[in-house]
Design a protein around this ligand. Sequence first.
Ligand code: FAD
Length: 317
Amino acid sequence: MKVIDLINNSKGTAFSFEILPPLKGTGIEKLYQTIDTLREFDPKYINITTHRSEYVYKDLGNGLFQRNRLRRRPGTVAVAAAIQNKYNITVVPHILCSGFTREETEYVLLDLQFLNITDLLVLRGDKAKHESVFTPEGDGYHHAIELQEQINNFNKGIFVDGSEMKVTASPFSYGVACYPEKHEESPNIETDLYWLKKKVEAGAEYAVTQLFYDNKKYFDFVEQAKAAGINIPIIPGIKPFKKISQLSMVPKTFKVDLPEALVKEALKCKNDAEAEQVGVEWCVAQCKELMEHGVPSIHFYSIGAVDSIKEVAKIIY
Ligand code: FAD
């Protein structure tokens, strides 16, 4: 069943989570353990992230360097297929502009179509570590909405080389990303909402938020989105606070604020075990309040936080 239908048909707040493909050369068993741990809470769907290539430079010794493309976490499509087969659950692979040409994207779509995977999260993707400004790969795209257009065309049987064919497979449906504390490159929340509305008009059926720790920011964002004419479900993305070092790492990495009350509690902790407990308690309170407000679904970012999510889910589900 499509994600949007799973959310709309869910009795109570749907539970879902996101996983990363294993590192290059690593087996999938550990990933299955994560899924097994969280499966008892009846996830409605599982997202699988995608990661762009980075480049490594080999010194050729004569003042020249050879640039080699390296994808540290390849295999999103294969991981999605493996999970779908093993658990018979809806999988949502992420599909990116970042690091992909149009033709490479088309190959990904074809693979997914053959595997009968039809739900996607459509994203621009992070910039490369060495980039100060996002740069598309070859003829790839600058923004998620352009990738949505390619997918919409693919659904109609129009391919990147301009050829057309009658489509017999199921079409792709998709969600997009959004940012209650605005995207880091956006001059203000209004501009960000303007582009989010365009993504909805282009076919996004729901949006998943960047993680946040202050529910008020989410509630305000949902109100502003509604006022701007955005009427799709806006799914809160949540990750339990885990380590003292995250006090500086979270704002830097995700461009979100940590609420003063959470910071105060975290600063009292003598070690990460105590910080983890603070994080679980904060997350439970956050989720309970979100559920009281009738959010359609809560989406958990599981990387490095599976045990905490289990603790939270035991209490709220
Ligand atoms: P866009 O929608 O392109 O927006 C990026 C910026 O451009 C925003 O400031 C927006 O306001 C503006 N904008 C949008 N459209 C236009 C336009 N047409 N013209 C001018 N400006 C425009 N990254 C990964 O690499 N892999 C992942 O798997 C991944 N998963 C994610 C999952 C979620 C739920 C979220 C919230 C983020 C995820 N990210 C992932 C990070 C995401 O790719 C980055 O935040 C990226 O910088 C922006 O992606 P986007 O799809 O929001 O981009």
